[in-house]
Structures are given as C-alpha cells and as structure tokens.
Design a protein around this ligand. Structure first.
Ligand code: ADE
Length: 416
C-alpha cells in the first residue's frame, strides 16, 4: 500500500483518539453499521482532501465499511494530526498522504497522489482537489464530488457560472444539519479553543472583534459574549450587519474596531480583511486570529513590513514588534486557528457534517446519471433524517402533527 505519513509508531495514540471521537459520532456510527451490511459504495474509488483529524478518520472508516476504496490527503498542512494519519494507515489500512507542517510542494504532491488514484468520487474541503483535477484535465471518470466548506462552495459556484465545471458537486456545506451546527457551534467553540490553547489569555472583560457575521461569525461572537467579552462585529453586508446589531453587538467599520479590540477573529472568506489601515490603528498587545479557510484574511505582508522584530513567543503565537513600539500577536501564522492551534470542531457536530458527506457519496453513486455539471444541495429529506437521528441519539423526543393538524395545514396549502 502506498502512503506518506510522518511516523507509524504514533498509531497507538491515534487509534485511541479515533475511537474517542467515534464514541461521540452516533449518527455516523449508525450509518457505518448500515454501510457494513448494505455495501452501497462497493468497489468505488473515493479520494478525500480533508483536515486529517480523528473526526475525518471516522468518516474514512465509514466509507471503507461501505465497500469503497478510499484515499486521504490533507486539506491544510497545519491541521494534520500525525498520530491520526499513522493509525489510519496501520490500524485501518487506509492510505493517507499527509504530514503536519509540510510545505506547498509536498502538499500538492499529496493531492497528485489522490489524482493518480483516478477517483470516481471526490470529497473536498476548500476545493483544492477538485480544482487540481480541473486544472490538469483529469476529470474523466469522476461521477461527482462533494464540498465541505463555504469557501469551496463559493469557488465551485463561480466555476459553474463560468461554464467550466466538469462534474456535479454536492454542497454539503449547504445542508442545514451542516451549516447551522458545524459552522455556528463548531467554529464558535473551536475558534475560542484555539485562541485559549495558543495564548492562555482571559477573554472576560476584553474587547473581542469578529470580522464577518455569517454562520461562523455568529458562532464566534456568541461564544465570546458568553465568556464575558464586549463583542464588536464588522460586516460589509447591510442585512447581516443589522442582524448583528439586533443580536446585541456593536457594529462598526474595521478601522474603528481596530482602535478598540484586544482580540480579533476573521471569518469572512475574503482577503486583507485586517488590512494596512486597520493594522496601523491596532492597540499595543492586540491578538489577531483567523478562522476562515485560507490564510489571506489578515494582511501578513504589511505586518512583516512594519515589524522591527518578529519572534515566536509561544507555540502558535508570533510577536510582531512594530517600529513604533506596538506589539501585535498573530496566532497560527494567520491560518485556521481552530485547527492549527486546537483540534477543530468537536466530534459531536462533525457527526452531522460527515453523515452528510457519507450520504452525499451514496447519493452521487445512485443519481449521477440524472445530475449535470452543477452545484447541488442534498435533498431536504436527507437533512431531516440526519436531524431525526441526531435527536434520537440524544434521547430527545419531539411532537408529531396529528392527522387533524396535518389536514388543516394542507387545506391552507391547497387554498381550500
Ligand atoms: N473542520 C473543522 N473541524 C474539523 C474536524 N474536527 N475534522 C475535520 N474537519 C474539520
């Protein structure tokens, strides 16, 4: 078996973490048992480009249980957990191509290893695998793909609009059981987790600036507020800005927020959100972190240009001492702080995200003949079924409509 991991002797540690995460992923585990019985993915080659975490390991094991021939590469070199990669290879016989901290060339060699596998289904987080196959004309034989995150979905919708998309893609991100939970509660908690593990600073009493009020931004703002911070939101979308105001947050332009903030988190998907003008206005001691997919949201070039000295003062904390004497702290080199400085979203939410992924793979196999080279969402019934199973796993029951209530509602719908 071909693979590339750091050190197979880490496998024992990795296996324990994979099992721990699995115990908190009941919806995915139930699917795994169904997949084991029914083998819906028998013999299908699936290539996944995802963060190599204990939660991802559980998805890969589930796909393999369904009969698929799987391969995994990292979607970000800093989020790779080497012990998980080792265990997947050693204990589960799943080829992994990922080493924590590897450089850009090596990152793309790993994606090439996925392409060499001639996948029939691609699973992406951020779009790098799908883009690679398109750029190198290697899309023949691909039945369809899935995308985990907002940034990837934006990339693929743009490709669809330009008419260059070559195979159907399921935007797993757009399932309600994904974005309402993973983006909001997952990013909310894991971003704070990353900041705390990196800095061990107190959030209570601080001024905490959240740039972007999508589902991820809402989650981060909510959690920072819950920990006692005064929260400022910056936005470019008037509707989202208004929501943030009515959710009780201060809203203002980034350059004004820059003068007030102790902590900053970017979650917009766009570049230079904390740009030159904002950096010039930051207070001494400001801590900057990013939870958006790419490391483009904080203008690192300007930080470097303005700095007299640049030092790593703790793991994942770089101090830029600027020529005017201010000290600015950048976490995890401006990369995803929740995955680079912590462990990413907890298994309890990844359970639903990855149940969507597993069902999306099955959906592609069953429906690829009817699908065009477009971006799709999973049918609503699948979303509802995942929510039902999650509630069941939590021991929570809800009411059902009575026959009388059902008839009453449908009489309105039919206009009678
Ligand atoms: N994205 C965010 N958190 C993650 C996790 N724990 N595993 C895989 N992908 C993630």
């Amino acid at each position: 078996m071909e693979f590339k991991v750091k050190d197979l002797s880490l496998a024992d540690e990795g296996r324990k973490k994979i099992e721990w995460a699995g115990e908190h992923m009941p919806v995915l585990l139930r699917l795994r048992k169904e997949f084991e019985r029914e083998k819906p993915l028998d013999g299908v080659r699936i290539a996944a480009c995802l963060h190599v975490t204990s939660e991802t390991a559980n998805l890969m094991i589930t796909l393999k249980a369904g009969g698929a021939d799987v391969r995994l590469a990292a979607s970000n070199p800093l989020s790779t957990k080497d012990d998980i990669a080792a265990s997947l290879v050693q204990d589960y016989g799943i080829p992994v191509f990922a080493v924590h901290g590897e450089d850009r060339d090596s990152y793309y060699e790993n994606i090439k290893a996925l392409a060499d596998f001639k996948p029939q289904i691609t699973i992406d987080d951020g779009g790098d695998l799908t883009s690679y196959l398109h750029e190198h004309n290697l899309t023949e034989g691909v039945l369809g793909g899935t995308e985990e995150t907002t940034t990837g979905v934006i990339r693929f919708r743009a490709m669809e609009k330009e008419g260059v998309l070559k195979y159907p893609l399921i935007a797993v991100n757009d399932s309600m059981t994904k974005f309402l939970f993973d983006n909001r509660y997952g990013t909310g908690q894991s971003t704070i987790d990353g900041i705390l593990r990196a800095t061990n600073l107190l959030i209570a009493g601080s001024t905490f600036v959240v740039c972007g009020y999508g589902w991820c931004g809402r989650g981060v703002a909510m959690r920072a507020k819950g920990m006692g911070a005064r929260v400022i939101v910056t936005e470019v979308d008037p509707i989202r800005a208004l929501e943030a105001v009515m959710d009780g947050f201060d809203v203002m332009p980034i350059v004004e927020a820059a003068k007030k903030g102790d902590f900053f988190v970017t979650v917009t998907g766009d570049k230079n959100v904390i740009g030159k003008e904002a950096i010039e206005n930051l207070k001494d001691g400001a801590v900057l972190a990013n939870s958006g997919h790419f490391d483009v949201e904080i203008d690192k070039e300007t930080l470097k240009q303005l700095a007299e000295t640049i030092e790593e003062v703790r793991p994942n904390v770089t101090r830029f001492t600027l020529r005017d004497g201010r000290r600015i702290y950048l976490l995890a080199d401006g990369r995803l702080v929740n995955l680079a400085a912590a462990e990413g979203h907890p298994p309890t939410v990844m359970d639903m995200s990855f149940a969507n992924q597993a069902l999306a793979a099955r959906y592609i196999l069953e429906h690829h003949n009817e699908l065009e080279a477009r971006v799709y969402t999973l049918p609503h019934e699948i979303d509802v079924e995942i929510a039902k199973r999650k509630l069941e796993s939590m021991g929570i029951r809800i009411d059902e409509l009575t026959e009388e209530q059902r008839k009453y509602l449908s009489s309105w719908r039919e206009g009678t």
